[in-house]
Design a protein around this ligand. Structure first.
Ligand code: TQI
Ligand code: CA
Ligand code: ZN
Ligand code: ZN
Length: 173
């Protein structure tokens, strides 16, 4: 079953249009900027399809509800990244909006990650769909097929919301 963060924080009911900015991308050198936009747009659209939330990218960080960036090691929030594998990314609960990715990962986008030659390749879209669930207020699910289940095999792709994820998000929004 799905879960919430303690206290069940959500984006407030009058905030159905959320804007996100993709900042700090220089570390994601293997993926070009327009591909990053496409991958995050696809990841957000999966949650938009299950709710009345709408998401749009903005170029202006000061306008953004959600900020997405790639960082290495310590990056100022007390939750340092750890190099390849281990922690891949983290996102804070509503309405913080910070979504950070470990720049040290072998991120792949848009192709079949299982056919990637990079050792320890991590599918960016799969991680993004999971972290957006956290940004919207979902914790971890006990259903192994759910996007919000707390483990994923490396070199695999998992981007489709399961019934459990849909029920979880629809109970919040
Ligand atoms: N990052 C953890 C995660 O997003 C961070 C974390 C640990 C966390 N405990 C938490 C976040 C409790 C919220 C609440 O789950 S991770 C996966 C998965 C990670 C893990 O790098 O370990 C994905 C990031 F589910 F596959 F294991 C993305 Cl998809
Ligand atoms: Ca890591
Ligand atoms: Zn961080
Ligand atoms: Zn998680």
């Amino acid at each position: 079953l799905y879960a919430y963060f303690p206290g069940g924080p959500t984006w407030p009911p009058f905030r159905r249009d959320l804007k996100y900015a993709i900042t700090a991308t220089s570390a994601a050198a293997s993926i070009d900027r327009s591909t990053l936009s496409d991958v995050f747009a696809r990841a957000f659209s999966r949650w938009a399809a299950a709710t009345n939330l709408r998401f749009a990218e903005t170029a202006s960080e000061s306008d953004a509800d959600i900020t997405i960036g790639f960082y290495s090691g310590s990056h100022g929030d007390g939750e340092p990244f750890d190099g390849p594998l281990g922690t891949l990314a983290h996102a804070f609960s509503p309405t913080d909006g910070r979504f950070h990715l470990d720049a040290a990962e072998a991120w792949v986008a848009g192709s079949d990650v299982s056919r990637s030659s990079a050792t320890g390749a991590v599918d960016l879209e799969s991680v993004a769909v999971h972290e957006i669930g956290h940004l919207l207020g979902l914790g971890h699910s006990s259903v192994p097929d759910a996007i919000m289940y707390p483990t994923i095999r490396t070199g695999t792709r998992k981007v489709e919301l399961e019934a459990d994820d849909v029920q979880g998000i629809q109970s919040l929004y």
